[in-house]
Design a protein around this ligand. Sequence first.
Ligand code: ARG
Length: 459
Amino acid sequence: MSGKLWAGRFSKQLDSTVNDFNSSIRFDSRMYRQDITASIAHADMLAKCGIIEADDAKKIKKGLKSILEDLESGALSIDFTAEDIHTFVEATLTERIGEAGKKLHTARSRNDQVAVDFKLTLRDEAEEISELVTSLIEVLCKSAKKYSDTVMPGYTHLQRAQPITFGHALMAYAMMFLRDKSRLDDWRRRMNTSPLGSGALAGTTHPINREMTAKALGFSDYTHNSLDGVSDRDFAIELAGVLSIIMMHLSRFSEEIILWCSWEFKFIELDDAYATGSSMMPQKKNPDITELVRGKTGRVYGDLTTLLTMMKGLPLAYNKDMQEDKEAAFDALDTARLCLNVFIPMLETMTVNAENMRNAASKGFINATDCADYLVKKGMPFRTAYKLTGELVFYCIENNTTLEQLPLSTFRSFSELFDDGIYMAINLDECAKKRISHGGTAPESVLSQVEWVEKQIKK
Ligand code: ARG
């Protein structure tokens, strides 16, 4: 691409290293569709407001549409020596339609142009992320229904704590991803204002109609201060924040899956298509996907930190530092998309070893709380029942046995309140089944959680 659009004020061509350094087309060409769409809306508005001739606007729109078509079909390729996508599209337009092309940039600056393009692009791509998160929630709901009564140990401090159902554990993750979805919705509501018409920083003397372009581009409003309109990147930072939280959730889940796959747990097995082997150890089946997801989480946090740090020292209004926003935001989007795309089918195809979960649940005295509750229901104060059950557990450990295996006479030697009912009270299935409080681990509770979540995602 020969000649800069700002060449008039300069007496020399830009140094070629500086040209490469300054150029953003390598990464902002990703916004070509949004750039063209926004330019069409702008040209339309200019004509409707009598700022350019209707005939020129027609030529501009036709030219822009042909550029879009040719870029999509491959008939036109991006010129990577151009400064950025905005320059490339405008120069190509003028090459194609002549003088009329030179009128497109009336009442516009690249500063409001890049802000609107970037918002449109992030809005489109965040929508894809939201759809993926919905699919993930659907998979979790489906499995949770299937395993609503599969008993496993629930942990605190990674120590066996109380019996829970596997469906309950899966729904805990569904709740996290449901919040992520609502965070994406909130984000969209807040970011959805059009900066187009802010000009370079101060607005314009031309009689533009900002409402018209905002509406045409699907924004709910336009930005109400032009300095802020061109220099706000909160929307990129917030999105990277939301994506960081999604990654944090995926990473926690990954960590859990890695544990569940180990020989120490063996609660689940990943499908062969979603696990990998070792180059030396023939027996290995590694959960690489989950480890990569856990690892890539740091990368998205890095993108968030990049954006926050990039903005923190910037005075009003546009500063070139802000060109750094795109690579960070796009990397965060690409990473989250990549991770969700492998994570969902991996979850869908994993198999559950209910027997191992059950065996693990029967060790570790995870029904001790139920034993204490049993005594409470017989009239003993909780603190006393808690202490007595602790002594019973100690007795079991000393004698290498479990609460379920103790004869009634032993129970009664600790307290006269024990009768035959104790065995039902500490039966693991019963322990899970009884926790019917809202949000609890009982199968019926899990099923109503599934129903509630399914209703939320349909909204
Ligand atoms: N490539 C630039 C960016 O991404 C576009 C805006 C350029 N504006 C300017 N005043 N140099 O930020």
